[in-house]
Design a binder for this molecule. Sequence first.
Ligand code: T5A
Length: 210
Amino acid sequence: MAGKLIVFEGVEGSGKTTQLEKSYLWLQANGSDRKIVKTREPGDTELGLGLRQLLLQVKNTQPIYPTAELLLYAADRAQHVQEVLLPSLATDTIILCDRYTDSTIAYQGYGRGLPRSMIDGLNFFATNGLESHLTIWLDVAVEVSLIRTRLRGKCDRIEQADLGFHQRVQEGYNQLAQAFPHRIKRVDASLDEQAVQEQIRAILQQHLSQ
Ligand code: T5A
């Protein structure tokens, strides 16, 4: 497999989408002759878009149970891996992906309290064992990041969860970064957008030159 799977992770409003876009433009402008694609979970495939709407809409009259939520994210991922990630990796493409398997560990594992062994098994099943080559973790306190999302306006179903949930998710990322230091690189995402981007460029440069 010749391509690279580079994932952006972090709590709500940590700046993943903003930084992924800046990184995409920077890589395109800075001489990489490899194809670069942007993608996201959930919702980059036709099936995934429908699942994303079901997962994030606030108008559900009944709660979505944590196990059902976990399986819907896994279904999105299984489709995404087969339809988008594996074909792109086979053609030497650099993939910039907004969220991947660590989101499930952080949100459904630490956030919802589902067993880690079940999540790891499901992640493996959905991805056929495909791991990110590099994960950039945008680390910012949830008290700061949630203000950013609320300033933006309407909040989705998961953004509306209580502060304790988001703090457990943040702790999940913290634990993951400590457990997988070679794969997960932390950036200080409390700084302004340009300062965050500078840190990410340094990480990308080092990783892609290896
Ligand atoms: N989920 C996902 C699971 O529970 N399990 C899973 O397995 C997966 C894959 C996805 C939801 O699904 C959950 C997690 C999520 O809740 P989403 O809309 O994709 O939903 O949610 P997010 O990924 O959280 O997207 P957000 O847009 O909310 O956050 P981002 O992308 O981190 O932040 P961004 O870049 O959009 O920025 C948010 C705001 O902050 C400003 C931006 O201008 C914007 O207004 N901003 C900054 N402000 C100050 N300083 C900075 N450095 C800033 N950077 C950005």
